[in-house]
Design a protein around this ligand. Structure first.
Ligand code: ADP
Length: 682
């Protein structure tokens, strides 16, 4: 495929704001290669970084090997800016070293990554490196390596979080709280656990409205590329498949009226960068891809239910259809740019600003649904106070536009394909991978600009470039030529001058004000993590739960501690029987959320659920902040040999603090630490 001219100025990018959200710009087409395989969570982090490589630059002047890691950690500990002054003027003047990237685990994204690194004039370590690198690029998951510093392009737990069942659960919690805001995800049931519920709910609606003729789509958990997916008209059809026990799945309402172009169903792949978890930072790539079915669409009927080329938009399936069209243009064929679709819609008078704005909103809300549990994974894998990397991740969002242009979330991919080759049939049945210019252009831009946003030396470089008003060589405003060697940027005031403008657009915190009210579960997750107790744990023990109840003053004459224990046991047992992860005993975050909802309903009976929950979160945070203040005062007064306020004796002060939080006296640094944010998650 070749790029058409003018692709760079995508339709959506020319659009301004609607409902307060900028329209992003749309970009280029890609050939969609299969996703990276999904990965099961490996316990712990395997393997140390590999020994040096042939192309490695000599190590920076500082370290003897043994000191290398420690020094690096110190640098990392100063924040990712690395731009703080060392106090030594010579350091300020020394040209910054190139950013180092370990690409030894990049797998199928290696091609795009190599080009990105070259364009940035950074230093690649294709076989790993004895010394730590600034950035580690993993093809599949966080657990690809054992890393103690720098940045990794994967979050721990992301692969688990975006599996069909986990995503459906996370979104459902949000749908319970904010049904209107989360109606972009089709109603879903988890199989086999909710099979009876599914049957009962469908029967109920059908009884109320006999004209309702729904279709459902069954998707195996952890599947990809359309693998194992099928459509049904009635819940009883599921039993015929007979594989539920061996393969958990999600059954979902099928969107029967998708927007069609050229009579074909299509979906959209958008790239989203989760730059940081806490504080939350989200970017969206300005263009995406549209993947087309290869058989004209008809609403589902018993006759066409099994026509995969009509109903499933997966590239990996449709490539096998005789109707698949490889096109040289970005606006025709079976894979097109999303911008070309928007252009076409715009020419028909569609308000594409609203389409983009709705998509941005969908993306932010989905990430908000995922973050609470991601935080739990994060603190488990990278506990506060232990060395570890910071994380970022590129996600692939698959979105369907309905006929009325409402975007629907189909799924989120933790490892969207970043291949830059394209499969070509040389002769019948003989395929070969050939470079795809379009893939290269789209994916290299996403990877390169992700790296630019994550650049750990940016602050330093910017600082150094500030005194220079003019470039040292060449005309003012002229970027370095392409053949300039790596490192030439050291003397250039703007080392990014040769690069195109960044293709990733920040949407959060930019629109934080509009979406922060949705982050209730996030605040619950903070409470949950605070009471986890044991470092690295992901489940709350009975004592932790009791302490939470006591510290937040939730027990009362109508909720005894015995009732609290029963609540804990009931909910925990049920969740543990449902989830696959049986390694730890205790209460998982979803179980805690359920218990929290129960407590909120009891305490604030008359309010709608989200207000009940918000009130309870406020109350808990209020009591915990009082407690923290008291501990702080207690710490101060004990250091000063004084007494805690409100106590007549030092022992009394200790006792009252103890009674207040159900803990032993906690006037220690570690106690104070645990009451604040545990770690900046990014
Ligand atoms: P996979 O990970 O196997 O690709 P998806 O959830 O992306 O699974 O579903 C595969 C395809 O099925 C989608 O690309 C889309 O075309 C179609 N599809 C999935 N869910 C729905 C739905 N609820 N309504 C309509 N079509 C859907």
């Amino acid at each position: 495929m070749r790029r058409g001219s003018g692709d760079r100025e995508p339709a959506a990018g020319r659009e301004a704001e609607r409902v307060g959200l900028d329209a992003g710009a749309a970009g280029e087409p890609e050939r969609e290669a299969p996703e990276e395989p999904r990965e099961e969570r490996a316990p712990g982090r395997p393997r140390a970084a590999r020994e040096g490589d042939a192309s490695a630059v000599p190590p920076p002047p500082q370290p003897a090997r043994a000191r290398g890691l420690r020094l690096h950690r110190e640098a990392a500990g100063k924040g990712r800016g690395c731009g703080r002054s060392s106090g030594n003027p010579a350091d300020e003047l020394r040209p910054p070293r190139p950013v180092t990237v370990d690409s030894s685990k990049a797998r199928t994204s290696l091609g795009a990554l190599k080009i990105s690194i070259r364009q940035l004039r950074w230093k690649e370590f294709p076989f790993g490196r004895r010394l730590p690198c600034d950035i580690y690029w993993h093809g599949v998951s966080f657990h690809d390596n054992d890393i103690f510093s720098g940045q990794v392009n994967k979050f721990p737990g992301m692969t688990e979080m975006v599996r069909k069942i986990t995503l459906s659960r996370a979104v459902r919690i949000m749908q319970n709280l904010f049904p209107e805001e989360y109606n972009f995800y089709p109603r879903s049931w988890i199989l086999p656990d909710e099979f009876q519920l599914f049957v009962a709910q469908v029967r109920m609606v059908k009884d109320g409205d006999p004209s309702w003729k729904p279709t459902f789509i069954v998707k195996p958990d952890g599947g990809c590329q359309g693998d194992g997916i099928y459509l049904i008209k009635d819940p009883s059809d599921i039993r015929l498949a007979g594989t539920l026990q061996s393969r958990p799945a999600v059954v979902q309402e099928y969107i029967c009226k998708p927007l069609l172009i050229d009579k074909l169903k299509f979906d959209i792949r958008l790239y989203v960068l989760l730059k940081s978890l806490d504080p939350l930072e989200i970017y969206i790539a300005k263009d995406g891809l549209s993947r087309f079915c290869t058989e004209p669409y008809q609403e589902p009927s018993p006759k066409n239910l099994h026509h995969v080329f009509m109903h499933l938009t997966n590239y990996s399936l449709n490539i096998h259809s005789g109707n698949f069209v490889h096109s040289d243009s970005t606006s025709t064929g079976s894979k097109r740019t999303f911008s070309s679709i928007l252009c076409r819609l715009s020419s028909k008078g569609v308000d594409i600003k609203k389409v983009w704005s709705d998509i941005i909103s969908l993306v932010i809300k989905t990430v908000i649904a995922l973050t609470p549990e991601l935080k739990v994974f994060y603190q488990s894998d990278i506990p506060a106070g232990r060395p570890g990397p910071t994380c970022f991740q590129i996600l692939g969002f698959d979105i369907l536009l309905m006929k009325n242009l409402k975007p629907i979330l189909l799924e989120v991919n933790a490892n969207p394909s970043m291949r830059i080759e394209h499969e070509q049939e040389l002769s019948p049945g003989v395929f070969e991978n050939v470079p795809s210019l379009v893939d290269e252009e789209v994916k290299v831009a996403v990877i390169r600009d992700t790296l630019r946003l994550m650049d750990p030396l940016k602050n330093k470089r910017e600082k150094q470039s500030q005194p220079h008003k003019k470039p040292l060589a060449g005309k003012e405003g002229e970027g370095p030529s392409d053949c300039e060697p790596a490192g030439a940027s050291d003397t250039n005031p703007n080392p990014e001058a040769h690069l195109p403008s960044i293709c990733l657009k920040q949407v959060f915190p930019k629109y934080a004000k509009q979406f922060n009210y949705l982050r209730l579960v996030d605040r619950m997750a903070n409470l949950f993590i605070r009471f986890l107790g044991i470092k690295g744990s992901m489940k709350l023990g009975p004592t932790g739960f009791r302490t939470f109840i006591r510290n937040c003053k939730l027990s009362s004459s109508s909720l005894s501690m015995a009732a609290v224990d029963i609540l804990y046991i009931d909910i925990t047992r049920r969740w543990n029987s449902m989830t696959l992860d049986q390694r730890d005993s205790g209460m998982c975050l979803q179980a805690f959320v359920e218990a929290f909802f129960y407590l909120a309903r009891r305490k604030f009976k008359m309010l709608p659920l989200h207000e009940q929950v918000a009130s309870l979160v406020d109350l808990c945070e209020y009591h915990l902040s009082l407690l923290d203040e008291r501990r702080l005062e207690c710490g101060r007064s004990s250091r000063a040999g004084g007494r805690a306020p409100g106590s007549s004796t030092p022992q009394g002060a200790t006792r009252s603090a103890q009674q207040a939080d159900g803990h032993p006296p906690c006037c220690t640094d570690s106690a104070r630490k645990s009451s604040g944010p545990r770690r900046a998650l990014s």
